[in-house]
Design a protein around this ligand. Structure first.
Ligand code: EPU
Length: 332
């Protein structure tokens, strides 16, 4: 247990707030031991993964729990599928890379997403036409309210776009210890996303897909190791088609994707760009110049600055387009 611990190396925005207490969890037992320790019973608790989807705006007055649970174990295997249980503290992209070398198909489009395996189900990570919900078998963890081990089947995770039971009803009360995935052993790629449509599918390997995804991501998203950021700051809004049609009347390049009869999904990056924020810089923070959905931190130590900028962006998009942006990043 660390006291007054700097979070700078545990959040990809690299802001320098502190936690009163910080505990690295190596296995189920160490978490249960901690939870039964009366000294910390009344302390607030916050679970973090790779810290790549979080913005701290002040010191955390409580205990931060950080998973270091490792391991990739095959549970079942047949000619078509493989079931693997993975420790929540494994790095997400290391796991994807491992699956690619084994020719286990399914999650290669999710290459290079920063963060940990345990965080993947929380916000149902997704990219380039794939969402992790389609490959999760179950999520194992410990309920912090009663210290009981529990397994959530895929169905009971209530996955939605960038959302799950862990982000809603169980918010910050369920510590993920392992995630079980079912991957395919037969070649099957998801190439529907616009930038993947032109790929020549003849002789294509899983490694080719991973390389292509890495190339696309690197061309428009900043590497958090080089420029601090937390990926998309906002979700892509789902709005009524009537509002979308009104925007379309004014802007020819505006696109929307039908979700159901009355609702459409639109690009938050487009809204932010059209509101004039792309490449914006103020003090030591800003909006990335190649992707308007990504807020970047050049050198601020204080997450409040980023929160204030995000509010200004939200207000200006609302004023210009009458669309409310919802945060994707968790703000504390
Ligand atoms: N666009 C702009 N301006 C920009 C960038 C994009 O107008 O500066 C427009 C373009 O029309 C583009 C469209 O937005 O065609 C979509 O852009 P992109 O393909 O980059 O995807 P996105 O909708 O902005 C989402 C995810 C990303 C994920 C990509 C690829 C959300 C909130 N974000 O972004 O996820 O990598 O799709 O699938 O759903 C993340 O969650 O942190 C993240 C990076």
């Amino acid at each position: 247990m660390f006291k007054n611990y700097s979070l700078k190396n545990y959040n990809s925005f690299r802001v320098n707030h502190k936690a009163n207490f910080f505990l690295k969890i190596e296995n189920n037992k160490s978490l249960i031991n901690f939870l039964s320790d009366k000294k910390f019973k009344n302390e607030k608790k916050l679970i973090i993964g790779g810290g790549s989807n979080i913005l701290f705006t002040k010191d955390y007055e409580g205990v931060i729990l950080y998973s270091c649970i490792k391991g990739i174990h095959i549970l079942e295997e047949n000619d078509n599928h493989i079931k693997v249980k993975v420790g929540s503290g494994e790095n997400w992209d290391d796991f994807v890379k491992f699956c690619v070398t084994k020719n286990w198909y399914g999650i290669e489009n999710l290459s290079l997403i920063p963060g940990s395996v345990g965080a993947a189900p929380i916000q149902n990570i997704g990219a380039y036409g794939v969402e992790i919900k389609d490959y999760i078998y179950d999520v194992n963890g410990i309920d912090l309210k009663n210290n009981i081990k529990k397994t959530y089947s895929n169905k009971s995770c209530n996955f939605e776009y960038r959302d799950s039971i862990f982000k809603r009803e169980l918010k910050n009360n369920f510590f993920v210890t392992e995630v079980t995935f079912v991957l395919m052993k037969n070649k099957k790629f998801t190439l529907d996303y616009s930038e993947l449509k032109n790929i020549n599918s003849q002789g294509l390997t899983i490694q080719n897909i991973r390389d292509k995804i890495i190339e696309i991501r690197n061309s428009k998203l900043p590497d958090p190791k080089l420029l601090a950021n937390a990926g998309s700051f906002f979700k892509n809004p789902v709005i009524n088609i009537k509002i979308a049609k009104k925007i379309k009347e004014k802007y020819n390049d505006f696109k929307y994707y039908q979700i159901n009869e009355s609702m459409v999904k639109i690009s938050a990056a487009w809204l932010i760009e059209k509101s004039g924020w792309k490449g914006h810089k103020e003090k030591n923070i800003g909006v990335y110049n190649k992707h308007a959905l990504v807020l970047v931190n050049y050198s601020s130590e204080n997450g409040k600055d980023i929160k204030i900028l995000s509010k200004k962006i939200k207000e200006s998009v609302l004023e210009k387009f009458n669309v409310t942006l919802e945060k994707e990043v968790n703000v504390f």
